[in-house]
Design a protein. Structure first.
Length: 173
């Protein structure tokens, strides 16, 4: 049909209680990172059978590795736990919309679905040096089969930025 926009990202999807449960695991892991002096980003990877394969938070400052984002750490841990680099059928729950690097890693790991809370714009508003290329745009331009669902527990995820700033050890990158 002409003139009808296609939406690749499901904004404010109807998230199931299980989706919310898994996002809360990512939120709790993020809080662990905040308490350890890390930045407010975390992720949880769940298999198609509902098994939690990994939960991780950002450790950029701890490791002095700018690629040590929560999503990348969760992918590394899930691959190790499952004994494979192919995470087909898995879902990643990320407290913030994955950056382009993390989106690419998620795509290459063949993760089926991304569920995120806060947006890239929320991270940028908190002071992070974000590339504001949305997951929707990367999916569209890259031809990725990923299912992307935005806004799961968004206010709780956005609140992590405030918790991080209030913890008194906030450092940007």
């Amino acid at each position: 049909m002409f003139g009808v926009p296609r939406f690749l990202v499901n904004i404010a999807a109807m998230f199931t209680p299980l989706d919310q449960q898994y996002m809360r695991l990512a939120i709790e892991k993020t809080r662990e990172g905040i308490m350890a002096g890390q930045t407010p980003f975390g992720a949880c990877i769940v298999t198609s059978g509902g098994r939690v394969a990994s939960c991780a938070h950002n450790v950029v400052w701890q490791t002095t590795d700018i690629t040590a984002h929560g999503e990348v750490n969760a992918i590394r841990a899930a691959c190790l736990a499952l004994g494979t680099i192919d995470l087909s059928g898995c879902t990643i729950f990320s407290t913030t919309e994955p950056c382009p690097m993390c989106f690419s890693a998620i795509h290459w790991a063949r993760i089926r679905r991304i569920v995120f809370g806060a947006s890239i714009e929320d991270a940028k508003a908190a002071g992070f040096n974000e590339l504001t290329i949305s997951n929707d745009r990367m999916k569209r331009e890259g031809g990725s089969p990923l299912v992307i669902e935005a806004g799961c527990l968004r206010e709780e995820c956005r609140g992590l930025f405030r918790e991080w700033q209030a913890a008194g050890r906030a450092r940007l990158y």
